[in-house]
Design a protein around this ligand. Structure first.
Ligand code: PMP
Ligand code: GLN
Length: 398
């Protein structure tokens, strides 16, 4: 039989699914795939339950229910001072994952160049390639992941159509600074390019850092697509409700992509997310404060037995350099090993690179209950205490 789509056939199952399955198989604490271990706000969940029972279970409007589009527009004004027309400038999607694909579809023609920043989230590259676009990769370097301005400028050229920017960034926890965003803005204007901004962690920012949407910079309102996710903002990752804010002319094309991907998103969940976006400031503030405390708890625990934890200012991930533990293998082997032998799953950071990745970094999710974080630390500490003088024996038992 004829070969199936070559790009998809060559795409591996996402590392998040692979590591979650391994964690389940070994009864490991799952600090790999990023999902909280407690559900989001009760009032939002109750709103979804009520919305299932009031006779609005047929196809909602293509671009989203009016309640959620209005709530997204209001949130843009409230948090960032952006004036958004809910009827023409908001498109609701089935998760940010669909939003990313829909935005790339809306912008890219085959042969267009798209600038991507490594380490990168795992859907960016396959989707860009499926669309026939040419990825131009720019790499950030640990430990501080500063934007390499000369390399970024060199990645832009006459065929550049767009940049895909993730801030706050998975897996690094980097929050792009006003200065870095200003530099990117200059490139976009100079090269007449668009920006697709994956801002799913917009409300998970710590230590006085501030998330600045690129869309708020002078002159960029018409060039930027801003993506949010209810899964992250309300700790309801299974709901898959995302939302894009963009100028009407762009939103119209994104809606055409959405029409051909999923067409609509469950109306009940959309209405509940509208309730969530209207929550008081204290909800958003405590989300960040609570996560920052969990980050500190996990980081302190990991550092006690030799991991070097890099600073993380946003998202719910931290990266640890595991070189000092003397493990005789790369990050992929390390993550398999700790899942199987120590009972704690994590994600190898090399999964966020297209090629030639660093092999000594591991990502841990800290969006878990404090007692679960403590249990994970204790399992790892016990394991490495046994192993620390005999690194060659690290493939041993629990
Ligand atoms: N972008 C980034 C950077 C992510 O980490 C995730 C993780 N879920 C997504 C997009 C996808 O979000 P959603 O679950 O809303 O599709
Ligand atoms: N965004 C989540 C992470 O980075 C995972 C989402 C998924 O499994 N596709 O861990």
């Amino acid at each position: 039989m004829k070969a199936l789509n070559s790009l998809l056939a060559a795409t591996e199952t996402t590392i998040f699914t692979v590591m979650s399955a391994l964690a389940t198989a070994h009864g490991a604490i799952n600090l790999g795939q990023g999902f909280p271990d407690t559900d989001g706000p009760e009032d939002v969940i109750a709103a979804a339950a009520a919305a299932l029972l009031d006779q609005r279970n047929q196809y909602p409007p293509l671009a989203g229910v009016p309640e959620l589009r209005a709530a997204v527009a209001d949130a843009n004004r409230r948090f960032y001072g952006l004036a958004v027309d809910p009827a023409r400038e908001v498109v609701v999607t089935s998760g940010a994952t669909e939003a990313i694909t829909a935005c790339l579809m809306a912008v890219l023609d085959p042969g267009d160049e798209v600038v991507l920043i490594e380490p990168l989230y795992d859907t960016y590259l396959p989707v860009a390639r499926l669309l026939g676009a040419v990825p131009r990769l720019v790499r950030l370097s640990p430990p501080d992941w500063t934007l390499p301005r000369a390399a970024l400028a060199a990645a832009f050229g006459p065929r550049t159509k767009a940049i895909l920017l993730n801030s706050p960034m998975n897996p690094t926890g980097k929050v792009f600074s006003a200065d870095e965003l200003g530099f990117i803005a200059g490139l976009l204007q100079r090269h007449d390019a668009y920006a697709i901004c994956d801002e799913v962690y917009e409300h998970l920012v710590f230590d006085g850092h501030r998330h600045i949407p690129l869309m708020t910079l002078p002159g960029l309102r018409e060039r930027v697509m801003r993506i949010g996710s209810a899964g992250k903002t309300f700790s309801l990752t299974g709901w898959k409700v995302g939302y894009v804010t963009a100028a009407a002319a762009i939103a119209e094309i994104i809606a055409k992509a959405h029409q051909n991907l999923t067409f609509t998103t469950p109306p009940n969940l959309q209405r509940a997310v509208a309730v969530g976006l209207a929550k008081q400031e204290s909800y958003f503030a405590s989300l960040s404060a609570d996560l920052a405390a969990r980050r500190d708890r996990l980081a302190a625990g990991l550092e006690k037995f030799g991991m070097r934890v890099l600073a993380t200012h946003g998202s719910y991930f931290l990266i640890a350099d595991v070189s000092a533990l003397g493990f005789p293998g790369d990050d992929v082997a390390f993550c398999r090993h700790i899942t199987e032998a120590a009972g704690v799953a994590a994600i190898p950071v090399s999964a966020f690179y297209a090629s030639g990745p660093p092999e000594n970094y591991v990502r841990f999710a800290f969006c878990k209950r404090p007692e679960i974080l403590d249990a994970a630390i204790s399992r790892l500490a016990t394991h490495f205490a046994r192993q620390s003088h005999a690194p060659a024996a690290l493939t041993g038992a629990k």
